[in-house]
Design a binder for this molecule. Structure first.
Ligand code: DX5
Ligand code: ZN
Length: 214
């Protein structure tokens, strides 16, 4: 089953509760945390996740685009995240492993995320311990960018690794997902589709979510 994860990066932050309710027919709520260091943009922090948790029962998929994410795992878990993803490029492998260990200790689902430059094989040391792998299909930092078609090959390779070592692991894609690109990433092996501008930019938001399911 294909899951849709609308990204609130494209919501109106002054009307966040309204814009969260608007996507309640989706499966996950994707929350983009950016620190102005790992990526050039600054977005949401722990207090906002805490407030979001109070206004929805949706599964909170929190994408940490921050340096040394191990520092914030417990705080985001306590704030109500259901899943945390850390970028493999954001720290040394031992501290990525430590971040995953802390997620397990806090009872949240464990994910790693890959920038477009990172090879699929980079997930090999962690794969048996993951609930989800997030493959970026744009350079992280901003919504509304064009889908990077060469990433279809990375999605295929990640799917092959998942099938071999941990078939229950989900494969999420993020960036430039719209009705035209969704079938391509699904064919390549993705099962969770993040979509910001194509959902929030639509006149009929539930219709846009349904269209992405294919
Ligand atoms: C980008 C974020 C994405 C972003 C996707 O760094 O990780 O989640 O919201 O936006 P669209 O769907 O507009 O490309
Ligand atoms: Zn994201």
């Amino acid at each position: 089953m294909i899951k849709i994860a609308p990204s609130i990066l494209s919501a109106d932050f002054a009307n966040l509760e309204r814009d969260i309710q608007a996507v309640s027919s989706a499966d996950y709520l994707h929350v983009d945390v950016m620190d102005g260091a790992f990526v050039p943009n600054i977005t949401i922090g722990v207090p906002v996740v805490n407030s979001i948790r109070k206004c929805t029962d949706m599964f909170l998929d929190v994408h940490l685009m921050i340096e040394k994410p191990v520092r914030y795992i417990e705080a985001f878990a306590k704030a109500g995240a259901d899943l945390l993803s850390v970028h493999l490029e954001a720290d040394h492998p031992t501290r990525i492993a430590e971040a995953l260990r802390l997620m397990g200790e806090c009872g949240v689902k464990k994910a790693v995320a890959l920038r477009p430059i990172t090879k699929a094989e980079a997930i090999l040391p962690y794969i048996e311990n993951l609930d989800l792998v997030l493959v970026m299909t744009v350079e992280p930092g901003f919504g509304g960018q064009a889908f990077m078609e060469p990433q279809l090959e990375t999605i295929r390779k990640v799917r092959a690794i998942i099938q071999q070592y941990n078939p229950a692991c989900e494969l999420e894609v993020d960036g430039g997902i719209a009705p035209k690109t969704a079938p391509l990433v699904v064919e390549a092996g993705a099962n969770v589709l993040v979509a910001g501008s194509s959902v929030y930019g639509a006149a009929d938001i539930p219709g846009a979510i349904q269209a992405l399911r294919g």
